[in-house]
Design a protein around this ligand. Structure first.
Ligand code: FES
Length: 154
């Protein structure tokens, strides 16, 4: 039975017909909406590549049953920049070389946006590493990632 899922994605409300109640938010975003900035890494909640914000809180979208989030506001990496103007966290990742291959970068950035928004005043490298520990980088660009998050808080 087809159900209609309403999501506000990056500020735009959309009604999305869902045939499979097991559809994950990750698959809906990538395959139904075409927002492929959100990456599929492990597909089992271990890598953080699929991190998006739901009502401002970060989640692994590969573990989220899409229909459970009817009416929610979703922010993906595509929703951060204002036209040509990058979000401060995006700009900081570039300035600090917070990536190598870039596959994990959208998830890293979404996680960093949430970590900073959680009101972590006075983030230091250790707290950044702990706060970002759910996002893995197979290139091990962690020094740059930590510097980028710190830079974005300044
Ligand atoms: Fe979701 Fe790895 S793809 S945590």
């Amino acid at each position: 039975m087809t159900q209609i899922l309403n999501l506000t994605i990056n500020g735009t409300s959309q009604d999305i017909p869902i045939d499979d109640p097991r559809a994950t938010l990750l698959d809906v975003l990538r395959e139904r909406i075409g927002l492929t900035g959100t990456k599929k890494g492990c597909d089992r909640g271990q890598c953080g590549a699929c991190t998006v914000l739901i009502d401002g809180r970060r989640i692994n979208s590969c573990l989220a049953l899409a229909l459970s989030y009817d009416g929610a506001e979703i922010t993906t990496v595509e929703g951060l920049a204002q036209g040509e103007l990058l979000h401060p966290v995006q700009a900081a990742f570039i300035e600090a070389d917070g990536f190598q291959c870039g596959y994990c970068t959208p998830g890293q950035i979404m996680s960093a946006v949430a970590l900073i928004a959680e009101g972590e005043a006075g983030l230091d490298p250790e707290r950044v590493r702990e706060g970002m520990s759910g996002n893995l980088c197979r290139c091990a660009a962690y020094a740059g990632i930590t510097e980028a998050v710190l830079k974005a808080t300044r």
